[in-house]
Design a protein around this ligand. Structure first.
Ligand code: ADP
Length: 163
């Protein structure tokens, strides 16, 4: 498609949650193609390896025709250029996300003036959801089935049972 409008959605996805999936759905509604880009070196120590994180996203996105999964090795703006993205998607939950996201959006605008950062808000049921909370609940055997895709739920319990 020559005038295809592509968006990139970078993140750690450690692991992907239904909050992320909600954002991807909204991005798919707005763009022709969405590249979910997993940060190889996110600057924090992930629980899951890049291979595990990628596999979970691929399984969760199985059947989503306009979604592509990629590894992001370097800056998000470089990934955006590589995939010809016109927009960089981020999710905004509570006010607590704002300060960091604002700094990052301004920096990215400096690095890539033509790339639009687009913030999307999830359904309110995912507003307080993040991967860290999910991992904490899973570690203690709590029920997370409403908050993550079923393949992720399985992988999380496997991970903690192996430890
Ligand atoms: P990062 O380490 O880049 O923040 P994450 O995987 O934690 O990576 O998040 C990627 C993006 O998805 C961020 O913009 C984050 O705010 C957003 N996000 C994460 N969880 C949710 C959620 N429950 N609802 C909406 N957006 C979310």
């Amino acid at each position: 498609m020559p005038d295809e409008r592509v968006a990139i959605y970078p993140g750690t996805f450690d692991p992907i949650t239904n909050g992320h999936v909600d954002i991807i759905q909204r991005a798919v509604d707005l763009f022709d193609r969405v590249v979910v880009a997993l940060a190889l070196n996110p600057g924090k120590e992930p629980l899951f390896s890049i291979e595990e994180r990628e596999e979970m996203v691929r399984e969760a996105m199985n059947g989503w025709e306009r979604v592509e999964v990629a590894i992001l090795d370097g800056l998000a703006v470089e990934g955006a250029a590589k995939h010809n993205a016109i927009a960089l998607i981020r999710g905004l939950r509570a006010v607590s996300d704002f300060e960091y996201e604002f700094q990052m959006a301004l920096m990215n605008m400096h690095l890539a003036p033509n790339l639009h950062t687009v913030y999307l808000m999830p359904n309110e049921k995912y507003t307080y959801l993040n991967s860290t909370i999910i991992k904490g609940v899973a570690l203690h055997g709590g029920n997370i089935s409403r908050f993550v895709p079923s393949n992720v739920e399985k992988k999380l319990f496997q991970k903690y049972n192996d430890k």
